[in-house]
Design a binder for this molecule. Structure first.
Ligand code: HEC
Length: 120
């Protein structure tokens, strides 16, 4: 006798639950400053760049020649960093692997990088 009621549950319920879970994770995991998109960018940068650069707000770069990302400072404003990330940054240094960010990823990455700059 309950079978009919159960079958009438909206098909969207699982999706709603998924959304609620996602936002719960985003809220609880963030200390304060980083939003979900910035954290996705940090994960991406840690993946691609973390073997040489310090990607977070603290720590030394594994490769002493590679500047920590939090020290870029004005460079993130003076040059078109979003465009450079899309172009692959190949001109910067021969040690750097070739990579290519989508326009969206590049904008999000620069957004993240700006958020971690020291004393701004
Ligand atoms: C294999 C090591 C390595 C990896 C991986 C790497 N880098 Fe670098 N990167 C370097 C080194 C070394 C320098 C310093 C080059 C120099 O000053 O001549 C550098 C310099 C830079 C600079 C220039 C800083 C400046 O002074 O203008 C930027 C921007 C940069 N890296 C971004 C990235 C990003 C973004 C990634 C990941 C997508 C990445 N790097 C991955 C080694 C690396």
């Amino acid at each position: 006798m309950f079978g009919i009621k159960t079958a009438a549950l909206p098909a969207t319920l699982p999706r709603l639950l998924g959304l609620a879970l996602l936002s719960a994770v985003a809220w609880s995991a963030s200390g304060h400053a980083l939003d979900a998109e910035q954290k996705r960018s940090r994960a991406l940068l840690e993946n691609l760049c973390g073997r040489c650069h310090a990607v977070g707000k603290t720590g030394q770069s594994p490769n002493p020649l590679a500047p920590p990302f939090r020290a870029f400072g004005e460079k993130l404003y003076d040059t078109d960093m979003v465009q450079r990330l899309q172009d692959g940054l190949t001109t910067i240094h021969p040690d750097m692997p070739t990579f290519r960010f989508s326009r969206y990823e590049a904008a999000a990455a620069v957004n993240y990088l700006r958020s971690i700059q020291r004393s701004r």
